[in-house]
Design a protein around this ligand. Structure first.
Ligand code: A3P
Length: 289
């Protein structure tokens, strides 16, 4: 078991799990992107698994003769050591790559080659709650005893991937780029078929109404949770207990669980620290609670 102090290191002022190697972070700009790469970007606990399921289903809803290439969903870009780049370079298929990096840290070739990027945002209060539970069940992250302690860490940006608001602000500059689609967790909760269609249009995949319905069903919280529960836990998968045991990812999947955790004082402190920055960002202002 690693020491608590060995679980986190800081790069560019941002805390990362030590499973994310410093060497890899330093070499991000040497990463060779391909024009047909698709990036799925999120601050942790914003619905990454949900979006990957939707996108995977969209690509798999096609057979080979209708022009949609075979796609491989990779592990997060920054997770692992430098050999990760070789691994990705050797993938023959189109690559669907998740990442939690802020805009500045995204390898430059993804930007110059105008690769498609989907940035998913979730309201920060629910994100904080979800991240708190994630910390609690993940032995690869520092031990957290109390919600109040964790919330302070979240507000100061002292959690993995740093400050939520800084992450969103960094993506602000990309919001009008044609190759970037910004989505909100809460909107998907409200009308999943509408966003399955929007994602398919963005990715250039033609789907029928029937396929939209089917993909929405397959990527609903209940179906994804049920599927994860049936999945065998892989004891040899040492990277992260949460990736070896996916059922730990599907906790509640709701909007507004923060109301069961925040006291009114904590809520007021949150608003006091975040509201000004949230109001200064068009992307953050659109977040719903
Ligand atoms: P909760 O902890 O609030 O339940 P990520 O995939 O980025 O790690 O995010 C995990 C969060 O997304 C968890 O939130 C999880 O339950 C939620 N989630 C996963 N699949 C979902 C789905 N199909 N619908 C809604 N929420 C989902």
């Amino acid at each position: 078991m690693p020491e608590q102090t060995e679980l986190i290191h800081t790069f560019n002022g941002i805390p990362f799990s030590t499973r994310v190697s410093k060497e890899l972070l330093q070499s991000l700009d040497t990463f060779e992107a391909r024009e047909d790469d698709v990036l799925l970007v999120s601050y942790p606990k914003s619905g990454t698994h949900w979006l990957t399921e939707i996108m995977r289903n969209l690509y798999h809803s096609h057979n080979e003769d209708n022009g949609v290439s075979k796609v491989t969903l990779t592990s997060p870009l920054e997770f692992g050591d430098l050999s990760k780049f070789d691994e990705l370079r050797n993938l023959p298929n189109k690559r669907l790559i998740p990442t939690h990096l802020n805009y500045e840290m995204i390898p430059v070739q993804f930007k110059t080659k105008k690769c498609k990027m989907i940035y998913v945002i979730r309201n920060p209060k629910d994100t904080a709650v979800s991240l708190y539970h994630y910390y609690k069940q993940n032995p690869n992250l520092p031990k957290i005893e109390k919600w109040s302690t964790f919330l302070e860490m979240f507000l100061k940006g002292e959690v993995v991937c740093g400050s939520w608001i800084d992450h969103v602000l960094s993506w602000e500059k990309s919001k009008t780029d044609e190759n970037v689609l910004v989505l909100y967790y809460e909107s998907l909760k409200e009308d999943l078929p509408k966003y399955v269609k929007e994602i398919s249009t963005f990715l250039g995949i033609n789907v029928t109404e029937e396929q939209v319905k089917d993909i929405s069903k397959k990527s609903s919280f209940s179906e994804m949770k049920e599927k994860a529960e049936k999945e065998k836990v892989n004891p040899n998968h040492t990277v992260c207990v949460l990736t070896s045991n996916k059922k730990l990812i599907f906790r509640k999947g709701t909007v507004g669980d923060w109301k069961n955790h925040f006291t009114s004082k904590q809520n007021a402190r949150f608003d006091e620290l975040f509201n000004e920055k949230i109001n200064s960002s068009e992307l953050a202002r659109r977040v719903e609670y």
